[in-house]
Design a protein. Structure first.
Length: 265
């Protein structure tokens, strides 16, 4: 049995409750996949996107939804060894993936060597979105998970002074495509466990930021959350829930009724 077949099998069995059921919950609750959709799955080569590919393959296999799916990957400047490992994983996991080059890292680090993350993320999104639209897909699926949502919430609060997070379904700025995140209920620890069980050696990011050579705000938030969890194991769930339970009556600057309502009064 191929590694790809084993990986699919374990999603429905050993990880049915922790992964498959949570994937399906998000798909149904947020109406992420509809009949007639043409969905591109963004594949970075890391553990999250590889799992997302297998989830879509499994959903496609049971034919509960009538949709098309394809797997695409942008090479932002990976080294030869990283690319070799990526392609090896794709082959072993039986994931047919189109890879296209974009020299994002070189440009981002040239513009801002110490803090290139913002520009890098913006450029990667732009290039990927344009490619998806060019290929004629109406949805792009990304592998952001539960922990990403929690961390993004705190990053925005601590460093951007705003209350917002990653949401499961959102239109692209062009309006031509919808971004979906079917793994928002899946915990990172369960993705790691799944990857280890199936002996999947996900490709490292290859980026010096993620490798710890340069400070990373996300890394700081991860460490903070880990320390908070020692005292309150439910802290991440509370933060996640808070983004679904915002009480606008108690948000500074919010006024009940809009300007038009007041003028009519």
């Amino acid at each position: 049995m191929k590694k790809g077949d084993i990986a699919l099998e374990s999603i429905r069995t050993a990880y049915r409750k922790k992964i498959w059921s949570k994937f399906m919950k998000a798909v149904k609750e947020f109406e992420l996949i509809e009949d007639g959709d043409k969905i591109a799955v963004g594949v970075s080569g890391g553990k999250d996107s590889l799992l997302l590919c297998k989830l879509f393959q499994e959903l496609k296999k049971d034919r509960s939804k009538n949709f098309e799916v394809a797997f695409i990957s942008m090479n932002p400047g990976f080294g030869a060894m990283d690319m070799e490992k990526f392609k090896e994983n794709l082959e072993e996991l039986d994931i047919p993936c189109e890879i296209f080059d974009a020299n994002v890292w070189e440009i981002a680090f040239k513009e801002d060597p110490q803090r290139p993350c913002f520009l890098c993320a913006k450029m990667r999104r732009g290039v990927l979105y344009n490619k998806v639209e060019e290929l004629g897909y109406n949805k792009l699926a990304l592998g952001h998970h539960f922990d990403d949502v929690v961390e993004t919430t705190l990053i925005n609060m601590f460093y951007a002074g705003t209350v917002k997070t990653m949401i499961p379904k959102v239109k692209s700025t062009s309006g031509k495509m919808t971004l979906i995140r079917p793994m928002v209920y899946i915990r990172e620890r369960d993705i790691i466990a799944y990857t280890r069980r199936n002996e999947i050696e996900a490709m490292s990011c290859g980026c010096p930021i993620e490798a710890g050579k340069v400070d990373s705000k996300r890394k700081e938030i991860k460490e903070l959350l880990a320390s908070l969890e020692e005292k309150n194991s439910n802290i991440k769930q509370s933060i996640f829930n808070s983004m679904k339970n915002i009480n606008l009556e108690y948000v500074m600057g919010y006024t009940r009724g809009n300007k038009k309502d007041k003028e009519e009064d």
